[in-house]
Each structure stands twice: as structure tokens, then as C-alpha cells.
Write a protein that binds this ligand. Structure first.
Ligand code: AMO
Length: 469
């Protein structure tokens, strides 16, 4: 039994279904009140079997007309799938199914012999998305009806896993001395370039939805918090229609004082290692549920293989070389796009860092050491990405902490330093060297769960064509 199953005693139920199943023999003869969704309702005449499901499991409720008030029996017997009900009765062992002679007997199953009950709500029929049938409906229909889609076992498991991943990541960072912060999501100027902003009116003042906590997490560190992290929404008005882009996504960010890019790459790989290890050790039941579904769809099973650390570091210069050797076309200073990543991933499957990007490709807040140049003289930065296969998981880097260089960077990237005084003022009065990163939570989950689309692991995704539900 999981700890979370311990608090079933509420007005509506005395036990969760999971508690009954896991305590099995000890519960026989005990009176329980359970509540859930009717996954199926069978039986004619004077008897009825309901497969009742709550968040912890499912169990058969066995009803006899003679034991119940007629109106209750009839209401439950004619209930549609996914209607909700509460029933009270004694736990009994279910008669085992007949098995061929000599074969091992199946594990015991339990049922509740119902003495009283109530139909709470009736589900409309037909269901727009089946909960237990294997009928495939398109992603759009599923997302339109996410409240039902979420009742499907493997979808439910994905979101429990998402919660675990955030928990393990959060716990890891706290243990490494980080403090959680919350930065504003209504902001006055862009942190990640001016084109992808969602404008809004903040009373009489134009404002934007935040693209990232970048400038604020840096200000928190400059203010003396030293090591901070934030898990929060980021908004980007990007006109992408891809499996990995959303217009609202959850960004998992850190920032740390007295650190360079290599220090925070270390934090990131250790955190990912902890997440994978914790999932492998504690959440195999969720992976099994996901794999049962994948099996039914002829998809390869998900294997949670704890990645070895340190992850490979392939500098931008090396990455360009690998792409060219693999027959790809790329110039120094070009972005490394998905088809380039495929060539790099052939040599480095799994997580790998790409540090030392050209400064010209990185935002104004990224640090450069003037003497660090590529073979052909291009200025290198202390910015890095973490990739898995063809997908970018994280961007990060050491930050520019020198006030004058920061103002120059802003100017040379076509931005007006006067628009950023709320940020640059933070550097006027002594600034520690610092570094950090931002990780796309949905992209990491896509890798962990084998989901082919970030929408699978985002409860109510926001993309160009979806703003409801
Ligand atoms: P960047 O813009 O690369 O860096 O974003 C960081 C990570 O966030 C995820 N991500 C997205 N996920 C889904 N949909 C999107 N539209 C989307 N855009 C980004 C990616 C990406 O790697 N301030 C820097 C981070 C830093 O330097 O600390 C930043 O935001 O996984």
C-alpha cells in the first residue's frame, strides 16, 4: 500500500479500493464504504456486477436486488459507464475463475457484497473518449475531452510520473543548497528576444507575458540568494506547429552565484541522474502501466536506463565538424537544427551537452571570455545546450556579470539598454559571476515516457490552435 492511500476516511468513503486490494485477506468480512466510477455494469434480473474504479485501483461490487431498496438497485443497475456511485458492503473473496487442471491458481481477487448504495451522478452516453476500450481516437479529440482522457490508465500514469519527476528534481536541488523562488509572469521587457512576446495591457501600461524567468532569477542571485530554482510557466508567441513546441510551457530554471557554465552543467546532469534513478527505483509500476498500453499499440516498451554521468561534452566547434563529416551542410555560426542533431546523435545517443556556442548566437546575458575564439577567430561564448537525440532539452550558460560589457551586448544585439535598467541596475553595485539553465519539463518527460509529442505530457496544452479547455 502506498502512503497516499492512508487517508481514505472521508464522508464519502471508509477505504480506497487500493487499500482493500493490498490488504486482501485481512479485509474479508469487514464492512467498507467505497466510491468511484462505474467502469462497467453487468447483470440482469435480480443481480448486478459493477466494476468500480477510484484513483487507486478497481474492484467488483456485487449487488443483489433482495439486499437493497428497489430504487437504489434499479438506479445502479441501469447506470451508464463512468457514472459515479458510493456503495457500502462487506469484503468477500471472489470465486476464482476455472483454470485448466494443473495450471497455477491465479492470485485471489476480492469483491464487495453491497448492502446499500447511491448513484451519485449519471454519465452522459456515449462517451466522447472511451476510458477502457482500446478504440483509438485522435489527439485533438482526446485533448478536447482531457477530463475523460485522463481517466485512461496510462494517461493517468503519465501525469503521476510528471509529478514525481518534478518532486525528484526539486528535492535534488534543495539537497544541493538551492532555494525555490517565484518570479513575475507579467513583465515590461523581453528577456529572450523581442519577437516572441504575447503583449497585454497591464491597466494603462503595455506589458507582456514572461518568456522565461531569466532576468529575475539573475536578480535574485545578485541580491544574495546565491542558488535559486523556479518551476513555472513561460509564454512564447512562436508560430511553430511541431511535436515539441507549445506557446505556454513549464520551464525548470536554476541560477547560481560563483559558478561557471561547467559548474551548472554538473548540477543538471546530477539532477537528471537522480530523476532517472528515482523513477527506476520507485515508479516501475507507472512505467509498467505505460508499457501495457504501448504493447497494445505495438510500440517499443519504455526502458528507464539510468544515464551515466558525466554526459559527453561536444563543443559547438566539434558538433559542426561531426555534422560535416556526416554529410550535413552547416556553416560556423549557423544554428544546429534537428537534422544536424540526428547526425550528432548517431555518434552520441542519449544526453549530451553542446557547450561553447558562438557569442553571436546567444542572448545578451551570456558571458564570453574575450580570448576564447574558434579556430577561425569567431568569438565563443559560455552558453551551452543539453540535447537528447534530435531534441534540445535545456539552454544555459555562464552570465555576463560585467556591467559595461552587458550594456555593450545589449547595444550590439540591437536592444536599448534604457529598456533594461530594472535588470542592469542589479549589476551596478557589485555582481558575482553566475550561471544557470532552463529545462523544458515536457521535453524531458517526452524522453522519459517515450511520448512522441509534448502535448501527451501537458495537462491542458496551449498551442496556436488551442486555448481551451
Ligand atoms: P530557451 O529559450 O532555450 O532558454 O528555453 C529553455 C528550454 O525550454 C524549452 N522550451 C520549450 N518547450 C516547449 N515549447 C517551447 N516553445 C519552448 N521553448 C523553449 C526547451 C529549451 O531548451 N533563459 C534561457 C535559459 C537559461 O539560459 O537559463 C531560455 O529560456 O527545452
Amino acid at each position: 500500500m502506498r502512503d497516499s492511500d492512508n487517508w481514505a476516511s472521508t464522508f464519502y468513503r471508509s477505504h480506497t479500493i487500493g487499500q482493500i486490494i493490498s490488504n486482501g485477506e485481512d479485509m474479508i468480512g469487514q464492512e467498507v464504504t467505497i466510491a468511484g466510477y462505474a467502469e462497467s455494469v453487468r447483470g440482469r434480473g435480480g443481480i448486478c456486477f459493477v466494476m468500480l474504479r477510484d484513483g487507486t485501483g478497481k474492484i467488483q461490487a456485487f449487488l443483489k436486488r433482495e439486499n437493497l431498496e428497489d430504487s437504489t438497485f434499479e438506479a445502479i443497475q441501469s447506470a451508464s459507464r463512468e457514472s459515479t456511485m458510493v456503495v457500502t458492503g462487506k469484503v468477500a473473496k471472489k470465486r476464482p475463475p476455472k483454470t485448466p487442471e494443473g495450471s497455477p491458481s491465479p492470485p485471489p481477487e476480492y469483491e464487495v457484497t453491497v448492502a446499500s448504495g447511491e448513484l451519485l451522478t449519471t454519465a452522459h452516453a456515449p462517451l466522447p473518449v472511451g476510458v477502457i476500450d482500446d478504440v483509438n481516437v485522435g489527439l485533438d479529440t482526446r485533448l478536447d475531452n482531457r477530463h475523460l482522457d485522463l481517466r485512461r490508465r496510462h494517461v493517468n500514469a503519465m501525469f503521476i510520473l510528471r509529478s514525481k519527476v518534478l518532486q525528484y528534481g526539486r528535492e535534488h536541488l534543495i539537497q544541493e543548497g538551492f532555494n525555490e523562488i517565484n518570479s513575475p509572469k507579467i513583465i515590461a521587457s523581453a528577456s529572450e528576444g523581442g519577437t516572441n512576446l504575447f503583449p497585454m495591457m497591464y491597466f494603462d501600461t503595455p506589458a507582456y507575458l514572461s518568456q522565461s524567468p531569466q532576468l529575475y532569477k539573475q536578480l535574485a542571485v545578485l541580491g544574495g540568494l546565491e542558488r535559486v530554482f523556479e518551476i513555472g510557466p513561460a509564454f512564447r508567441a512562436e508560430k511553430h506547429d511541431t511535436y515539441r513546441h507549445l506557446n505556454e510551457f513549464v520551464s525548470f530554471d536554476i541560477e547560481a552565484a560563483w559558478c561557471d557554465d561547467e559548474d551548472v552543467m554538473g548540477v543538471l546532469e546530477r539532477m537528471i541522474h537522480t530523476i532517472w534513478k528515482s523513477v527506476a527505483e520507485q515508479d516501475s509500476h507507472l512505467i509498467e502501466i505505460i508499457n501495457e498500453y504501448r504493447d497494445s499499440q505495438d510500440l517499443d516498451p519504455v526502458v528507464v536506463e539510468v544515464p551515466k554521468i558525466p554526459f559527453p561534452r561536444i563543443s559547438y566547434d566539434e558538433a559542426v565538424k561531426i555534422v560535416r563529416e556526416g554529410g550535413g551542410a552547416i556553416e560556423w555560426g549557423d544554428d544546429i537544427e534537428s537534422h544536424h542533431c540526428d547526425l550528432i546523435a548517431e555518434k552520441h545517443p542519449g544526453f549530451h551537452f553542446i557547450p561553447r556556442w558562438p557569442m553571436s548566437m546567444k542572448p545578451f546575458y551570456i558571458h564570453h571570455k574575450e580570448q576564447e575564439k574558434s579556430a577561425d577567430g569567431g568569438q565563443l561564448s559560455r552558453g551551452f545546450d543539453l540535447n537528447y537525440g534530435r531534441d534540445e532539452m535545456t539552454s544555459g550558460g555562464q552570465r555576463e556579470h560585467r556591467f559595461e560589457v552587458l550594456e555593450n551586448n545589449l547595444r550590439s544585439m540591437g536592444l536599448d539598454p534604457n529598456d533594461f535598467t530594472f535588470y542592469t541596475d542589479g549589476f551596478r553595485y557589485g555582481a558575482p559571476p553566475h550561471a544557470g539553465w532552463g529545462l523544458g519539463v515536457a521535453r524531458l518527460l517526452m524522453v522519459l515516457t517515450g511520448a512522441g509529442n509534448v502535448r501527451e505530457v501537458v495537462l491542458f496544452p496551449r498551442d496556436r490552435s488551442r486555448v481551451t479547455p
